[in-house]
Design a protein around this ligand. Sequence first.
Ligand code: UD1
Length: 427
Amino acid sequence: MDRILIEGGTPLHGTLAISGSKNAVLPLMVAGLLTDQPVILRGTPRLADTRTLASVLQELGAEVEEFGSGPGEGVRVHAHDLTSVRAPYELVSKMRASFWVLGPLLARARKAEVSLPGGCAIGTRPVDLYLTGLAKMGADIAVEGGYVIAAARDGLKGARLDLPFVSVGATHVLLMVATLAEGTTIITNAASEPEIVDVGRCLQALGAQIDGLGTRTIHISGVAQLGGADHTVSRDRIEAGAYALAVAASGGSVDLTGITGEELGALLPAMRLAGVQVEENTTHTQPALRVSGPDARPNATPVTTEPYPGFATDLQAPFMGLMCRANGVSRIRETIFENRFMHVQELARLGADISLEGDTAIVTGVDQLYGAPVMATDLRASVTLVIAGLAARGTTTINRVYHLDRGYERIEEKLSACGAKIWREKI
Ligand code: UD1
């Protein structure tokens, strides 16, 4: 097992390249199961989660190969034959997005046996929306022995799917399935996250007929089969947000390349309210943002998580990392997941003053954080500890960094190149 050590208090300076989006590449790889032609994905990140998903796809009979190195590297998924329709517990339980193979298996092989993903540290995360939607499209669904057993002997039929609330994963899966269903599907209350748009564009390149991507209502006309595609994955707005917050917390100035201010979405106004400068920088060969931390402590700033275009739940914990040293009291409200405050106790170990009132964390900024041993509890909580550790005086030791490795590519390398004192140790 590895741990990460950070000697805090050094402002970050330099240039940091943002990787391909984890939350886009995972559903894009899953979409590769919809066709017997190769799907080439470029600009993909190398992460523990992409490796886990590759194992799931290989288990089902797909060829999954990484190619190249550095910019332009990617993954080729070729599911010419599906040799199994069973995604086992041992693989699905490692990462929730593996459950999404249910959709393509059902659409292409007309049957699927996929382990339920189970709960996770940030909440119960049920799958009722997926199952209700697939049943409406004509699938017979049973849950037996912890597995979803689904069959659509006569194929799936287009339907009107009114989702009761926004779910990114359910939108991904129902959108994928609808591309091969007979007739028209309308998904209302669909997620409009940029990653949905990215996947939808790739599906269009495969030959799918989709209208309304990026809005709350998506229309899909099913086609008999899909072809291949060569698709470049969008950059990771959540990774970019975390690094922007790390720079803000350290008080330095860094150019984040590959990302625009628009892609940061609701984080951008929140950071500006906090006193962080964020400007487009046109001196690079690709889009870039120069992020410069405030000279003094940041201003206390309230945020409430919401589906896109609201403030992303995946940036709630990292934003709290910055607010720990703010001048004043920040109210941070989480409305997407019911238990996404696991990082609060760990931040308290660094000297943060945070209390919880239902779905709201009340963060009273302190003048100084102090390094301490802490434990990463989930993916986004883990990067929060890096942000707070960079801002703290003394040494922070982060245990259970496998959470970090699920979603942040070469994090200590990227931050070290900007002057951070951060290193990994094997224990
Ligand atoms: C995805 C993202 C995750 C992000 C989340 C919300 C990936 C790989 N993961 O997760 O990083 O935090 O979107 O932006 O892209 N729900 C139900 N029933 C369902 C489905 C969802 O009750 O059938 C609930 C969940 O428990 C949660 C809420 O809906 O409270 C939103 O979850 P959802 O958008 O589905 O999250 P994921 O797709 O799992």
